[in-house]
Design a protein around this ligand. Structure first.
Ligand code: MLT
Length: 408
């Protein structure tokens, strides 16, 4: 009899966003005339930048010629894209990241879970609470946790609460941990981390031989120039951190698919009592075996984000979504709600009114305003009593959503 991976049975429910879609479908079937506004999943809505479209069209034409045809590309990504990233995202900020330390992929969601392939089973793992659910669920699937508790937390993980009571600042764990997931600007709370705070994490990781998995998918939305865009802006981070980045949110590539992961060659990990092993080689080996790379056409589109016109078009997109975030923040604040985030991130994190629980508030907004958001409790126990609205939508939809919420 074929055996399944029993760890999947520990998962407490469906993945958050399909679960929301399921509930929304039920509502739509019961209310066929309703016109929903979706501010739930952080999926972009605005057209792809012209520079990217032109580059992808040119790449398609190139592929239609014998001399310009491309078959399998390098699994780690084309050198020209890796170089553009190293120069424009890192070297200009003083981070000494080389092109061959950058691995092109089809998404940060995939990379942040696939990375577990090359990490051991015995790591003590810390996640913030609330947290992007992929970090937790992928560890559950791999058997790195115990059963789910009544609180919704999993046995065996160290949870680091972030909420209004600690000003959304994540504290260092009181116990020793080996693997730490950090996401800044933060999904879901929209909170940020200062260089000083991030240095404390880097120091902690170096002292404890821990590894930080730093998700910087939302770095393009940072408005405050004092905040770090990359963990490698912090001294010592190349000895203790992997960084995930994506073209999904800044360039609108959620449907195109392109991202990258940075693994410095200086990163080492331990295997039992053996010598320290170089993590870069393991990831390169993993990608060569399990991944055939991102398409040439898509990588050409990603490369165009670093052209002068690409940079300015991306800035306009980011400005557009950040104006939505400001609008959401201001309108909800005027309505007397307590709101957080939304100033350096495309997510606004709201304290639910009248101590409503997160799913009750979800139903309330869905039924009364026909607005879809994301219940904070879906991101972890400490997200209970909060609610997330995403700034990714058209201006008219955001304005209409705010009017509808005001009316209830
Ligand atoms: C979110 O809404 O949290 C994001 O869209 C999730 C993701 O990027 O996978």
């Amino acid at each position: 009899m074929v055996q399944i991976n029993p760890n999947y049975l520990k998962l407490k429910a469906g993945y958050l966003f399909p679960e929301i879609s399921r509930r929304v479908e039920v509502f739509k079937n019961q209310n066929p005339g309703s016109e929903l506004i979706r501010l739930g999943i952080g999926d972009v809505t605005e057209p792809l930048p012209l520079a990217c479209r032109e580059a992808m069209k040119a790449a398609i034409d190139e592929m239609g010629t014998s001399s310009g045809f491309h078959g399998y590309g390098p699994e780690q990504g084309y050198q020209w894209l890796r170089e553009a990233i190293a120069k424009n995202d890192y070297q200009v900020r003083g981070c000494e990241i080389a092109a061959d330390e950058i691995f092109i992929s089809d998404g940060s969601k995939c990379d942040s879970s696939n990375i577990l392939d090359i990490l051991g089973d015995q790591n003590r793992i810390a996640v913030t609470d609330p947290v992007y659910p992929v970090y937790v669920d992928s560890n559950v699937m791999t058997g790195h946790t115990g059963e789910v508790l009544d609180s919704g937390r999993y046995k065996g993980l160290s949870y680091l609460p972030i909420s209004a009571s600690n000003n959304f600042e994540v504290s260092l764990p009181s116990n020793a941990v080996d693997l730490i997931y950090l996401c800044f600007p933060n999904n879901p709370t929209g909170a940020v981390i200062t260089k000083k705070k991030l240095l404390e994490w880097v120091d902690y990781a170096r002292k404890n031989n821990a590894l930080i998995l730093f998700d910087a998918a939302y770095e393009a939305f940072i408005q405050d120039s004092s905040l770090p865009h990359s963990i490698y802006e912090i001294e010592g981070a190349k000895e203790c951190a992997i960084e995930f980045r994506s073209f999904s949110k800044n360039a609108g590539f959620t449907g195109v698919r392109c991202a990258f992961t940075v693994i410095p060659k200086t990163l080492k990990g331990n295997v039992g009592n053996h010598d320290m092993i170089d993590i870069w080689s393991l990831w390169s080996r993993r990608q060569s075996t399990k991944f055939n790379g991102v398409s040439y056409i898509v990588q050409k589109g990603a490369e165009a984000t670093y052209s002068a016109s690409g940079k300015s078009q991306i800035k306009s997109l980011v400005d557009f979504y950040m104006k939505n975030a400001t609008l959401i923040r201001e309108k909800l604040t005027d309505m007397g709600l307590q709101v957080y985030g939304g100033t350096n991130a495309p997510y606004v994190w709201i304290k639910t009114p009248e101590s409503m629980n997160s799913w009750t508030f979800f139903d309330h907004l869905l039924k009364r305003a026909n607005v879809v958001g994301t219940p904070g409790s879906g991101f972890g126990a400490s997200g209970e009593g909060y609610f997330r609205l995403s700034a990714f939508n058209s201006r008219s939809n955001v304005e209409l959503a705010m009017k509808r919420i005001e009316n209830i």
